[in-house]
Design a protein around this ligand. Structure first.
Ligand code: ADP
Length: 517
């Protein structure tokens, strides 16, 4: 056991003739008649003490045990008296007793020795011990009196404080304490790291040390809030480091209250947000630049598509005319082949023009009332003529379903999906169309038995220029059709989605509000 020098001092308690004389009345029973009153008073004082008071012989046998000792160590007086003091000493601290007794024998007093003792239920007590020798009338040391004060609460609060200090010092955020007058009272490692001042350099200084001149009024505002008991959350501002550099920080400031609830200062935790601010600035610049480039691209697409469309329309018209004139000519198949390619080019340019319209918000609907069943029937008949391998079936009960929408645009959507159904179904098979009506919408479904779409791409296929990789990419396409279709349906305030079983086929659904009649 190590004892600090101030823990041991000379001095003795004058005790009874024989401290080993066992008694159930503590010090009381050591006395003789003339001192009876004084002893009774002493016994009362001992028993009303908050501190455990125990006496023992030089051999360590307990001779008295007060009420507080019972409270502290859970042994009753009769359980403890007569037992060896090791009853309450943890095994690893038994050597302490030898040192204590050695000192007592020399007439030394042990003062405020902090140690641990064990109670009856095995739990430990942090105590501060004061042990004094007991002498008999002849001045011979015959035992020791031991006063034990429970310091568990103090130890706990010290532990708590140490834990808090460790947390504060290991925090990534700068944590600063200051008085109501703005004087810095604490400064953790992160604060030192962030602002460049050591703890010693700033404690006692005014917080204005790190506030830019043009932001001094912030401190007044902050302290006004703190004095009124308000917390300030995530206040973004700028502070100055020791080297003069500006730091963007986000601060949270809370009032510090004393034990009786008075506000005595403020604790401030500051997080460096310079990186975030910088990233935001760069991101903003990029976004602006991107928007600018996008605008140029949109303008170019509109211009290019228009400029391409005009000559193409003339070529197409002339070729169609030529086709009529050369109907019986043996070389007409050359013309037909050329026309097929021109139709493709025409479709592509029309689509690109649509994309431009969508991008520039110029997709305008030309609504009218029409029978959607009739429209699907026409589209089905027309597309059936383009394929021999696929049987396109429209399940229709011949009833009329009137909707108020843009007929050409809805036709464009159905054609897009039906053309895809044919294209992505290389084996012969059936394509099924259905249309049903509920109170305020019509639901069209187009089912194919083609290659299908992997689950994870079912959302992406409606994005601009998106094409599924893998098997699907061997089919020619531009990834525009479904994007335009989705935008058309969105403009009608309807919905479009797909379900698919990879390798077995897909179902595309379109739901369109019936619209105003
Ligand atoms: P594309 O011109 O490439 O066909 P779309 O926008 O019409 O462009 O379709 C986007 C992608 O969605 C296609 O590239 C294809 O991968 C997939 N897709 C569309 N319809 C079907 C379908 N019926 N079966 C399988 N995949 C399809």
């Amino acid at each position: 056991m190590k004892m600090k020098s101030n823990e041991i001092s000379s001095g003795a308690v004058t005790g009874p003739e024989d401290a080993t004389s066992n008694s159930s009345n503590n010090l009381h029973s050591f006395s003789h008649n003339p001192l009876e009153e004084k002893e009774a008073l002493l016994a009362a004082i001992v028993n009303s003490s908050e501190d455990a008071i125990i006496s023992k012989t030089l051999q360590g046998i307990i001779t008295s045990w007060n009420t507080a000792a019972t409270f502290m160590f859970q042994y009753t007086e009769s359980e403890a008296v007569g037992k060896h003091i090791s009853l309450i000493i943890p095994h690893d601290r038994l050597s302490e007793e030898t040192v204590i007794i050695e000192n007592i024998r020399k007439g030394n007093k042990i003062k405020n020795f902090e140690t641990i003792r064990v109670a009856k239920d095995g739990t430990f007590r942090h105590i501060s011990l004061t042990v004094s020798p007991i002498t008999n009338k002849q001045g011979i040391i015959i035992g020791a009196s031991k006063i034990a004060r429970d310091i568990s609460y103090r130890i706990k609060s010290e532990e708590k404080q140490a834990t808090l200090a460790a947390i504060i010092n290991s925090s990534e955020d700068a944590i600063i304490g200051k008085s109501l007058e703005g004087i810095i009272t604490s400064w953790n490692y992160a604060a030192a790291r962030l602002f460049g001042y050591t703890e010693q350099e700033v404690i006692g200084k005014h917080i204005s040390l790190i506030i830019p001149k043009d932001r001094m009024n912030e401190e007044t505002m902050i302290m006004e809030n703190i004095t009124n008991g308000n917390k300030i959350d995530h206040f973004e501002t700028v502070r100055i480091a020791k080297d003069g550099s500006e730091i963007n920080i986000s601060v949270t400031i809370s009032p510090i209250k004393n034990a009786i609830g008075q506000i005595v200062g403020a604790s401030k935790s500051a997080r460096d947000i310079s990186l975030r601010i910088q990233t935001e600035k760069t991101q903003k610049l990029y976004t602006e630049r991107l928007q600018e480039l996008n605008k140029y691209k949109d303008e170019f697409m509109v211009m290019a598509s228009h400029e391409l469309k005009t000559p193409l329309t003339v070529i197409l018209a002339n070729l169609q005319l030529l086709q009529l004139m050369l109907e019986n000519d043996t070389n007409v198949h050359f013309l037909n082949k050329t026309l097929k390619q021109v139709y493709k080019l025409n479709d592509l340019i029309t689509n690109l023009l649509d994309v431009s319209k969508i991008q520039t918000g110029k997709l305008v609907l030309d609504r009218s009332e029409f029978d959607i069943n009739l429209l699907i029937m026409e589209v089905t008949d027309n597309l059936q003529k383009t394929t021999k391998d696929h049987k396109i079936t429209f399940v229709n009960n011949n009833s009329e379903i009137l909707i108020h929408a843009d007929r050409d645009r809805i036709e464009q959507v159905i054609i897009n999906i039906l053309v895809n159904a044919i294209k992505y179904m290389p084996e012969p098979g059936e394509i099924l169309l259905q249309c049903s009506q509920s109170a305020d919408e019509v639901l069209i479904s187009i089912t194919d038995k083609g290659i299908g779409i992997p689950e994870q791409y079912l959302q992406d296929i409606f994005q601009r220029f998106y094409r599924v990789s893998g098997a699907a990419s061997s089919f020619a396409g531009s990834g525009i059709g479904l994007y335009i279709s989705a935008e058309i349906i969105k403009t009608h305030k309807g919905k479009i989605w797909a379900e698919s079983d990879l390798g077995k086929g897909s179902v595309f659904y379109i739901s369109i509000p019936v619209g105003a009649k």
